[in-house]
Design a protein around this ligand. Structure first.
Ligand code: DPN
Ligand code: ZN
Length: 289
């Protein structure tokens, strides 16, 4: 039924209703997305430029953070998302979470993807975590571009002040009304997903079924995985705390972790492409696209 409906929509869009066409060429429109690495790297470059123009970082309370939030929100707004800048206070400075909702699918069943948008003050934070921010952003933009039929509601979050102790995501989950908590069926975290020379992908072990969904996708790409336990070190912990099933992925070791050299040259295009397609394919699957 799903294929029939998608096919019909695709035919209508092409103005081919009533014409004789071969099915395979059109059915390809319902396939999971293939996101070009270049599209993701364009965001990475923008985050680097933002850091360069704002004292070399994108940290909480610094102008590079607000510029990062404005960049993400600007892209989402232009793509037709319903977006929110959620302000919070931490250490005498205002921080912001950027939240976007794709207003289709069952609002009682939410699939949430997120990444922290802040860097440390020491550097531009490109692997940590322009990488996850760009992967989630391009996934959201691809959703808006391709408009698959979704059964569940997709939401996206870019968290502030993670480096100060998951402050933004904790603020968000504390603000979620109790009735809404059980509607969030999965939260997937993307933190450090672009490291050069990544050979084995880390998949968070928190939830067996979500973990398996990622692992199956990586296996299909002939990519090796290992189970990782990030515990309380990133924003999935804020969601786990309110009872949401969580997972996520991360790339390999990173010698520039929390340093000045965590620049665009610290991430690889092919790794970013893999991370983004993992995010999108798993999100599409979980949302029943
Ligand atoms: N990205 C680290 C941080 O924000 O400091 C946390 C982390 C460690 C995430 C290891 C993934 C893997
Ligand atoms: Zn991080």
């Amino acid at each position: 039924m799903r294929i029939g409906k998608t096919l019909g929509v695709a035919l209508a869009a092409l103005g081919l209703v009533g014409a004789v066409v071969t099915a395979p060429a059109v059915a390809a429109q319902a396939a999971p997305p293939q996101i070009p690495a270049d599209s993701v790297m364009a965001h990475i470059q923008q985050f680097q430029t933002i850091a360069d123009g704002n004292g070399g970082n994108r940290a909480h309370g610094r102008p590079g953070y607000r510029a990062s939030a404005d960049y993400v929100k600007g892209k989402l707004d232009a793509a037709g998302f319903r977006t929110t800048l959620q302000a919070f206070q931490h250490a005498g400075a205002t921080g912001w979470n950027v939240i976007a909702e794709w207003p289709f699918g069952d609002a009682n069943q939410v699939v949430f993807l997120g990444a922290h948008l802040d860097s440390v003050t020491a550097g531009p934070g490109i692997n940590d975590n322009a990488s996850g921010s760009a992967a989630v952003l391009e996934t959201a933009l691809t959703l808006a571009r391709t408009k698959p039929n979704v059964q569940k509601r997709l939401k996206f979050g870019w968290w502030g002040a993670e480096e100060a102790g998951m402050i933004g995501s904790r603020y968000y989950t504390n603000s979620v009304p109790a009735a809404e908590r059980s509607r969030i069926k999965a939260y997937l975290n993307f933190d450090m997903v672009g490291a050069r020379n990544t050979t084995t992908w880390g998949v968070y072990t928190d939830n067996a079924s979500l973990r398996q969904t990622f692992e199956t996708w990586f296996r299909g790409q002939n990519l090796a995985t290992r189970g990782v336990n990030i515990a309380g070190r990133s924003d999935h912990a804020s969601f786990a705390r309110i009872g949401v099933p969580v997972s996520g992925i991360t790339s390999g070791n990173d010698p520039c972790y929390h340093s000045r050299c965590d620049t665009v040259t610290n991430v690889a295009s092919n790794v970013m492409g893999t991370a983004t397609n993992a995010a999108a394919n798993v999100a599409w699957q979980l949302a029943g696209a």
